[in-house]
Design a protein around this ligand. Structure first.
Ligand code: EPU
Length: 334
């Protein structure tokens, strides 16, 4: 285990804010979490950080950050058509996706190039291009910082939902490994979302690696590269509204994009934000990305407070124009 005091978090948050934490603990074995328990680290305030790709750090943290470097990928069991793979929480998510494609295992190729770590994948149920982590997660092994013990949760107990899970509430649990079921044969490629099929077909064949390359190409064309522009991916969730509100907006804006769900209508937040004139705009160094207005960016030297101010201004205009309150997808950390 490594411990650092007054540790800079600039490289541990994809907005690139230069904030620091009082203590930073980096562990490679899950048992080291028990040492932290003995040392009393979990008695006070603490925060787990994976890739820091979904965080808005609002100021310096006068408490401890714990960071997993549990790095392994291990096949646990095979069925006729699939393999169950256990992956350590510190593995970089996209390294795992790449490994799966290289090993001809289907299921997560559409989740290529998402920043962050394996440990975060169940927490916010990462999703893109018609696939969500919950489609393949079978088990999550956690460490309970209250009881100092490890246990496994099946997918049902994780209560997965759109960009969420029970782990967003049960903050005393730390994900130590995740079991995914990946298809060894008869996998069906999911090409229905947006222009995925078109980009895949232009590449000639329909293989896992072609889908991965297509997704990487699409993401690179729309989303800022974390090493070039600081952001946390989509900043807001796409809101779901009831039929009455939907109808009232649709009458005024018949070209509004939407998706019908069982419990209402999902409206792209990117569209709502564009309609309010925010696309490409900035307040000081906090900006709305020109190619995808759902993404707030650090144009250089922004602070968490700058992004928070921009967030509030966007929320106010969308509420004013559409009577919809956008909720952040990113976790606000004080
Ligand atoms: N749109 C606009 N203006 C724009 C861009 C998009 O009006 O400038 C509208 C269009 O109608 C478009 C719709 O927004 O059809 C959806 O856009 P897109 O396909 O880019 O997806 P999204 O809903 O904006 C979600 C996820 C992304 C994920 C993509 C692809 C959320 C909060 N975001 O974005 O996830 O990559 O779908 O599946 O659900 C993330 O969570 O960090 C993330 C990047």
């Amino acid at each position: 285990m490594k411990h650092f005091s007054h540790y800079p978090l600039q490289k541990h948050n994809t907005f690139g804010f230069s904030v620091q934490c009082a203590d930073f603990y980096q562990y490679e074995q899950k048992e080291e979490l028990q040492q932290l328990y003995q040392q009393g680290v979990f008695n006070g305030k603490w925060l787990p950080i994976g890739g820091g790709s979904n965080l808005l750090l609002l100021n310096d943290l006068d408490y401890a950050v714990v960071h997993s470097q549990i790095n392994f990928i291990r096949s646990e069991k095979e069925t006729d058509e699939s393999v169950w793979v256990r992956v350590g929480s510190g593995v970089i998510w996209d390294d795992f996706v790449q490994w799966s494609v290289e090993n001809q295992l289907g299921g997560i190729e559409n989740l290529s190039f998402i920043p962050g770590t394996v440990g975060a994948s169940p927490v916010q149920n990462i999703g893109a291009y018609g696939v969500e982590a919950k489609d393949v997660i079978r088990e999550v092994e956690v460490y309970d910082t209250k009881d100092n013990r490890f246990y496994s949760m099946d997918a049902a107990s994780c209560r997965f939902e759109y960009r969420g899970s029970i782990f967003k509430e049960l903050k005393h649990l730390i994900v130590v490994s995740v079991v995914y079921e990946l298809a060894t044969k008869n996998y069906s490629l999911k090409l229905e979302y947006g222009n995925v099929r078109e980009v895949v077909q232009a590449k000639g064949d329909e293989s896992l690696s072609t889908v991965r390359n297509a997704i990487i190409e699409i993401r690179k064309s729309k989303l800022p590269l974390p090493e070039e522009i600081g952001s946390a991916g989509s900043f807001f969730k796409n809101p779901v509204v009831d039929a009455q509100l939907f109808q009232s907006i649709f009458e005024k804006y018949p070209s509004m994009p939407y998706y019908s769900l069982e419990d209402g209508y999902k409206i792209p937040a990117a569209w709502l934000i564009s309609q309010c004139g925010w696309k490409g705009r900035s307040i000081d160094a906090a900006g709305v990305y020109e190619k995808q207005p759902l993404i707030l960016v650090n144009r250089g030297g922004a602070t968490g407070a700058d992004i928070l101010f921009l967030m509030h201004q966007i929320q106010l205009s969308v509420k004013d124009k559409f009577n919809i309150l956008l909720s952040p997808e990113v976790c606000l950390v004080e």
